[in-house]
Design a binder for this molecule. Structure first.
Ligand SMILES: Cc1ncc(COP(=O)(O)O)c(C=O)c1O
Length: 393
């Protein structure tokens, strides 16, 4: 008897994709659109990284490679984790090379979840965090991370959300869509909470290198935390390598063994010449400037938005400065309009592409996500148009 997996009926069509389709249709009919909807750096992948891939390709690395990832890349990841995150993982047993951060998250969840397990996920957060849990037949419990608390859950909210079936807490910081990240003290408290209730913490730190003041503390950088923490990361955002699809999972060896089986039996391996380019990107000293340069460009655009916001003094658009990542989560709740309606109107009436806040959860209603991974000119013109539009409502 044919059947079809009805679990997918529970996954809503992504508002981000719907918006992107609408933008494409408008562009195709000749409209000029300022695209502030994408989550992709507007910088090119460094040429030296491309050369490294080409060299690897020409040396014959165009066949299958090791499913765990090449040892030199796992060593490079381990060194990066010591250098930037101050955590020490064994490249032989605690690191797995993955097809981007999204695949690392999938493998993490697939390795630890059993059907019916409860998963605590802050709201707002990137839709994939919840969708993946649903696909794996877990239950999503959203934990409000309200603007009024800097987009970080009140600690009591974790306690209230806890059930006997709770297996894991999902963190993502700097957050997509808010750019917020918790303090070291908060994370210590959350680690203690996880230890007391025997929970895993899956921490998606793909924006970990993009911060504006102090770097965020890695979720695993606490005494005893490594045994219960699974780190998801990738080269996508930090080295402008979104299309290369390469990332990694760092976790206890027992979890990596499951993740390795899941990866081996689904993708075999990450493309060998891409692994070599990734090892180069992580280790070449010159290449580390790429991340620093992007950080500086995002900081400049962030300051630009803040300057325009204080110049325009809008009481319709409240601007909360992000601490990291490359998004502003603009608060337009004063308009009392759904965020989908706002995004559609802003696109149709003033030609700016955005993502509705409700795509990230109930707490995102009334907000819109605006990227600053776009040229300074587009960020300035787009933001001015949003404020002018809002003032006219
Ligand atoms: C929070 C978050 N995690 C993970 C990813 C996936 O990144 P990757 O390109 O490494 O798969 C994204 C992409 O937008 C993201 O926003």
């Amino acid at each position: 008897m044919q059947s079809i997996n009805t679990q997918f009926d529970l996954i809503r069509q992504s508002a981000t994709v719907a918006m992107a389709d609408r933008i494409l249709a408008l562009k195709a009919s000749g409209h000029k659109i300022i695209g502030l909807q994408v989550g992709d750096p507007d910088f090119a992948t460094p040429p030296a990284v491309m050369d490294a891939a080409l060299k690897a390709m020409q040396s014959g690395l165009t066949h299958y490679g090791p499913s765990r990832g090449y040892p030199d890349l796992r060593e490079a990841v381990a060194s990066k984790l010591i250098r930037d995150q101050k955590v020490d993982y064994d490249p032989a047993s605690e690191i797995l090379i993955t097809h981007g951060g999204i695949h690392a998250y999938y493998l993490a969840m697939q390795s630890i979840l059993n059907p019916g397990d409860d998963v605590l996920i802050p709201d707002p957060s990137w839709a994939t965090h919840s969708n993946m849990v649903i696909m794996l037949r877990g239950n999503v419990i959203r934990v409000p991370a309200p603007a009024e608390n800097g987009f970080i859950p009140f600690f009591e909210s974790w306690e209230r959300a806890l059930t006997p079936q709770t297996c894991v807490i999902v963190l993502n910081y700097p957050s997509n869509p808010t750019g917020a990240y918790p303090t070291r003290e908060y994370l210590q408290r959350l680690q203690d909470f996880a230890a007391n209730h025997n929970l895993w913490i899956v921490s998606d730190e793909v924006y970990g290198s993009l911060y504006y003041e102090e770097p965020p503390t890695c979720a695993a950088a606490f005494d005893g935390a490594k045994e219960r923490t699974l780190l998801v990361n990738s080269l996508s955002k930090s080295y402008a390598m979104t299309g290369w699809r390469v990332g990694f999972l760092a976790a206890p060896a027992q979890v990596i063994e499951n993740a390795l089986k899941a990866s081996q039996n689904s993708i075999t391996c990450v493309t060998p010449f891409i692994q070599k380019a990734a090892a180069f990107a992580l280790t070449d000293p010159e290449n580390q400037k790429v991340t620093a340069d992007m950080r500086a460009a995002y900081a400049r655009r962030r300051a630009l938005v803040m300057r325009i916001a204080s110049e325009l003094e809008s009481d319709k658009v409240r601007v909360i400065p992000p601490q990291g990542a490359f998004y502003f989560f603009l608060d337009l709740r004063a308009l009392k309009m759904s965020s989908i309606e706002m995004c559609e109107k802003i696109l149709d009436e003033v030609g700016v592409g955005l993502v509705p806040g409700s795509a990230f959860g109930e707490q995102g209603e009334g907000f819109i996500r605006m990227t600053i991974a776009a040229s300074d000119e587009d960020v300035e013109a787009g933001f001015r148009k949003i404020v002018e539009w809002a003032e006219g409502q």
